[in-house]
Design a binder for this molecule. Sequence first.
Ligand SMILES: [Zn+2]
Ligand SMILES: [Zn+2]
Length: 258
Amino acid sequence: MTPLVDSHCHLNFEPLNTGLDDVLQRARDNGVTHMLCVSVSLETFPEISQLSHRNKNIYASVGVHPNEKNGLEPSVKDLVDLAKDERVVAIGETGLDYYRNDGEMSWQQERFRNHIRAAKQSAKPLIIHSREAAVDTIRIMQDEGAAEPGGVMHCFTESWEVARQALDLNFYISFSGIVTFRNAEALREVARLVPSDRLLIETDSPYLAPVPHRGKTNEPAYVRHVAECLANIRDVHAESIAEVTTHNFFTLFKLAAH
Ligand SMILES: [Zn+2]
Ligand SMILES: [Zn+2]
């Protein structure tokens, strides 16, 4: 079985955190050898750091999600300092989320800019979340020179035009269980076009479980279904999707041979 990597999950969230040993066992049983546990707040970052220090197959990121409105606001220096943790391989997740648009979004944009500055200073790639905010996301990436650290557009749901702009900025494109959903025909067309050497897969668990587990709790083991879906779309073997996405993960996050 070719190893698979879940490039984006939240193992510290309920209910994954309470049954973690079983979650990790099912991941192993499905060939998922490595996972990146992504930070959404400074308050919960210590949990992620601990998790990644205790499990050598779990990596960590540091960042504050655009939907975290009331928590600690990170300075560039805070992020750079926390990114010195040897298990931290990326800055994020950061970006823009206008889905729950409540008017004034400049605080999200300022936070996003600070994450890009921190990524440049710490020479670690970005994990970018963008929802109903593609134009501003790309504009700020261009403004702040996000191409320098590079990174990944996680849980990608935008058009090919947006994908192409992100690819031009040196970014990888990561597909989640959404690509398996019945109504995601347009997204599958985008997933067909992304070059192999820029392709990543993820679960974003515990959310967004892929078909055939849609609606249930998601977990890293299910990244296999995302790989199989991409294999169908691109008319290649699932093994080949596993091979390229695992290789891409270790290349993007500058990790030694696994
Ligand atoms: Zn996200
Ligand atoms: Zn996430």
